[in-house]
Design a binder for this molecule. Structure first.
Ligand SMILES: [Zn+2]
Length: 139
């Protein structure tokens, strides 16, 4: 994985900055697809996550559409929204509320296997606290 490092860092910066959604993406999204109902379901993951989670989760599905590591589109594996800077870092920070983690710039859509590996630290979508982008730091 060592040759991935630079591309990986670029991907993280890109994700942290956020990408504007094209009109074409919007059009494709409005067509609907399998699992769309689940994306609108905002109740289940809220334990401990606070307000804003349901909204950013839905926005992440709309922005990314597929797993941002392997491209899985939700057909073979379930897709989940991953916090790049973990919620617990915000929760433990003196300057932040845990709900500050729920920014579109701080989440990325991953399939379950990639999410598991990412949480283990084996895949790139993890930013340590000193990589908190200024836009998040200023909140
Ligand atoms: Zn994946």
């Amino acid at each position: 994985m060592s040759d991935v490092d630079e591309a990986t860092r670029a991907k993280i910066s890109e994700a942290l900055v956020g990408r504007p959604k094209s009109a074409e993406t919007r059009r494709r999204m409005s067509g609907g697809r399998a699992g769309e109902k689940n994306h609108r379901w905002e109740g289940g993951f809220s334990e401990g996550y606070g307000t804003g989670w349901g909204i950013v989760r839905r926005d992440a599905y709309e922005r990314d559409e597929v797993c941002q590591i392997c491209g899985e589109d939700g057909t073979s594996e379930r897709l989940e929204v991953h916090h790049i800077v973990p919620v617990r870092l915000f929760a433990h920070s003196k300057d932040h509320e845990k709900t500050d983690a729920h920014l579109l710039a701080n989440v990325v859509l991953l399939c379950v296997p990639c999410h598991v590996e990412t949480e283990r630290g084996d895949l790139p979508w993890y930013a340590p606290p000193d990589e908190l982008p200024e836009s998040i730091g200023e909140i």
